[in-house]
Design a binder for this molecule. Structure first.
Ligand code: GTR
Length: 328
């Protein structure tokens, strides 16, 4: 190395060092958890959000995603979010149902007539009200993501009516609402963490579970549980949220950036989601699974009355239900 290059190498190293010291003082790296693997639309949407934040702030704010349950199951990551040990978390609304009663409303069986209806409610005032309800519990809602429709699958028989559910052991998320939904159909509900379901299906600890196309496929549950009935009992959306402790530590302008990036990640996520639903369906159908596409939903809807009675227990919750149902 000539003295000149040595000198310039030294200058560069010093410059980098100075830059790093200067930049690290107010660098923000948000840690974000997701139960899904890196190629799942929810994770990709948060990566996109991180890219936006990094572009807008010349790298001052970034997001490091921890997919595939690296930071634990949803129940664990929700606790971490509440105590401020985790910055950003993407979960389904269901595991929040027992903590924040308002989150049970969009998880209710057949509350939405269609995905469009769900979008109209969650993208508007109803969604805002549900997000606001998280705050006293230590969480700040950033965005709702799509989760399609949840339907039953099992290892035993095709389900054509609630009678076919009789006696089946069905895994549900950690949500009393989902327990009640499955029991209203005459099956036995087993709350269990997502990461344990594959083995439980394979070993016969449970007979079935319920989920959307992409999760049925990405978890390989479809390989062991061959019967999938599109009863579409819940459109319970995904939520992206931040720890309130972390949120309160941000400047107002950084809070704005986080909200804007989260909002822009929603249409991005929805595009990925639609493509993933189609791809997952192809994989499952290609595997030769028995899909009950045309299911008469009315008997399923009729069986769900007690679930509404059990969970819509205050005038405020009833008002949310009424406003959702009254939406065009
Ligand atoms: C998926 C959802 C996850 C988790 C999972 C489950 O559809 O994206 O957040 O809730 O279902 O059933 O546990």
């Amino acid at each position: 190395m000539t003295p000149v290059t040595r000198l310039s190498a030294l200058a560069a190293a010093t410059a980098v060092g100075l830059f790093m010291t200067a930049a690290s003082a107010d660098d923000i790296v948000f840690r974000a958890a997701d139960t899904h693997d890196a190629d799942y639309p929810t994770v990709q949407a948060v990566d996109y959000m991180g890219q936006l934040l990094s572009d807008w702030t010349s790298g001052r704010i970034t997001i490091e995603t921890f997919p595939g349950r690296q930071l634990g199951e949803e129940r664990d990551t929700i606790e971490q979010t509440i105590i401020g040990a985790l910055d950003i978390n993407r979960v389904n609304l269901a595991p929040l149902n027992n903590i924040v009663p308002e989150t049970a409303i969009p998880s209710l069986p057949y509350i939405f007539r269609s995905i469009d209806h769900m979008h109209r409610a969650m993208d508007g005032e109803i969604g805002q009200q549900i997000m606001a309800a998280l705050e006293p519990h230590g969480m700040v809602g950033l965005a709702f993501y799509d989760s399609g429709a949840r339907s039953f699958y099992n290892t035993v028989r095709p389900i054509n009516s609630p009678e076919d559910m009789e006696g089946l052991r069905i895994r549900v998320q950690n949500s009393d609402l989902f327990v009640s939904m499955v029991e209203a159909l005459g099956a036995n509900a087993t709350p269990m963490e997502f990461g344990q379901v594959y083995d439980a299906l394979r070993t016969g600890v449970i007979d079935g579970a319920e989920n959307n196309w992409p999760s049925y496929e990405s978890t390989r549950h479809f390989e062991v549980a061959n019967y999938y009935t599109l009863d579409q009992h819940s459109l319970s959306p995904e939520i992206l949220m931040m720890s309130k402790i972390v949120w309160d530590g941000l400047s107002e302008s950084d809070q704005d950036l986080v909200m804007k990036a989260a909002a822009l990640s929603v249409p991005y996520m929805r595009e990925l989601w639609d493509a993933r639903v189609a791809a997952s369906r192809d994989v499952v159908v290609g595997n030769g699974n028995e899909i009950v596409e045309e299911v008469d939903k009315q008997p399923f809807i009729d069986a769900m009355g007690p679930v509404y009675e059990q969970f819509v227990t205050t005038p405020e919750l009833q008002d949310l239900v009424d406003r959702i149902q009254a939406m065009p």
